[in-house]
Design a protein around this ligand. Structure first.
Ligand code: CMC
Length: 420
């Protein structure tokens, strides 16, 4: 128990209170004792969008937004992007330690042996229009997958959780590839036994076996960069929905929904649209004038947590160079680089600590690899899945957690006489 205290005087009653401070926070429930009279419900904390409220204790991902630090289980994102594979990162997020050679081999075979979709699942696609947004398709497929896994509802059973975490991670790239092939009207293809996780994914996307190793490694790193980001909107959705103890497929569907919005994972798609709309370097000043007038948003800039350069954006700039050597330079790159240069020198962006985030350059890479903008967030989802599932598993094991159920400040009518 901490001996640090917050001394509070309730100006309404003159009463004083000592609220324990633990880990730099007070318990919101400790406010409830502050009543104006015995009938009073007690003081509430009002925090729309949870800008200053912790909702859990977590040992998975650490972010220092002022200093641009991101670590998974204590390892810097730069080291993981350079030295680890996405499969090692999946294991690390889920288990807390990097896998040794035997653990990695068994993880690979665990995923490979589950890399097949239930017969009939892809029939669901036939009912969806080809031009459905790929994130809607992914969400539908994820929810449908849950329909084949009745035992996944036993979320209190650790073995059941471990099995379905493996299935979801094994099948996520298959669902993503199915969404891609459906959109293009291409026949579905199955993963090839003996081929690596990321290579198999790109193989199913491109529909050929000779995927350039530079592109495989680039995609591996991009998935690692997206693998977790503590209590972001989609992870909060995963945890919030998971707190009702529904199955992990339903929670993952909710997380996919949250990720699809333009303020979250959907931003990378919007960045490409914005760059295309700007069209040429000469139009940048007039676009930025609109941003400063609040008539447009500079997509791919700003972050709730990072108030300095997003460390993932720096790594992405390096990957972009490697990919462009294979694919040729994305013509929009010149606009993006100049947009960043000018924005970072303007008081509007400096005063508000607005820097490029992970989405600013990732879309340019994806586009050069042949993906169209509306598919970019699906790639984000494939990367984020291990983070969602690690956070979900941590939630279920956390004795401090209960069903998520915020309070409200009611602003409507009360006890009205019925008009008839
Ligand atoms: N362009 C122009 N102005 C901006 C931007 C932007 N991208 N982002 C924030 N601002 C301004 C905002 O208008 C406000 O100005 P003022 O103080 O004059 O009212 C100030 O900066 C603070 O912004 P905020 O909206 O209070 O910040 P937030 O923490 O609520 O929003 C954000 C964070 C990411 C939603 C926001 O920065 C944004 O909309 N960025 C563009 C979308 C984007 O790139 N999203 C991807 C985030 S990274 C990937 C992920 O985690 O999903």
């Amino acid at each position: 128990m901490s001996d640090q205290k917050l001394h509070v005087t309730d100006g309404r009653t003159g009463k004083t209170y000592d609220l324990p401070i633990t880990d730099g926070s007070i318990k919101a429930m400790d406010l409830r004792q502050m009543q104006t009279d015995p009938e009073d419900f007690g003081l509430l904390a009002h925090d729309p969008a949870f800008t200053n409220t912790t909702s859990c204790r977590s040992a998975i991902t650490y972010i220092d937004g002022d200093r641009g630090i991101l670590e998974y289980r204590g390892y810097s994102i730069a080291d993981l992007a350079e030295k680890a594979s996405f499969l090692e990162v999946q294991w690390l997020l889920l288990n807390g330690e990097l896998p040794d050679a035997a653990q990695l081999a068994s993880w690979k075979s665990d995923l490979a042996s589950r890399a097949h979709l239930p017969a009939g699942l892809l029939d669901v696609l036939q009912g969806l229009p080809k031009d459905a947004h790929p994130m809607s398709v992914l969400m539908v497929l994820m929810a449908a997958l849950g329909g084949y896994s009745a035992d996944s509802r036993n979320v209190r059973d650790a073995k059941v959780r471990a099995e379905h975490i493996r299935r979801i991670l094994a099948q996520m790239p298959l669902l993503a590839a199915a969404a891609w092939r459906h959109r293009r009207g291409h026949a579905q293809i199955a993963p090839k036994p003996g081929v690596g996780y990321v290579e198999n994914f790109l193989r199913m996307i491109y529909g050929r076996d000779d995927v350039n190793p530079v592109l495989i490694r680039a995609m591996d790193v991009l998935l690692t960069l997206h693998a977790d980001h503590e209590q972001n909107c989609s992870t909060a959705a995963m945890r919030g929905v998971g707190s009702s103890e529904c199955d992990p497929y339903s929670c993952s569907g909710a997380a996919i929904a949250a990720l699809s919005g333009p303020l979250h994972g959907g931003a990378n798609e919007e960045v490409l649209r914005m760059l295309a709309e700007i069209g040429s370097v000469e139009h940048i000043p007039s676009f930025l004038a609109k941003v400063k007038d609040k008539k447009a948003k500079l997509m791919g800039f700003g972050h709730r947590v990072y108030k300095s350069y997003d460390p993932r954006a720096k790594i992405i700039a390096r990957i972009a160079k490697e990919v462009f050597e294979v694919t040729g330079k994305n013509p929009l790159l010149e606009i993006a680089v100049e947009l960043e240069r000018i924005a970072l020198s303007e008081p509007y962006f400096i005063e508000r600590n607005l820097y490029p985030n992970v989405d600013f350059y990732s879309g340019l890479i994806y586009q050069s690899m042949g993906f169209d903008p509306s598919y970019f967030t699906v790639l984000f989802a494939v990367g984020r899945a291990p983070g969602w599932l690690s956070q979900w598993d941590e939630l279920i094991r956390d004795p401090e957690q209960k069903i998520a159920r915020p309070r409200q400040i009611y602003t409507g009518h009360r006890a009205r006489p019925f008009p008839r």
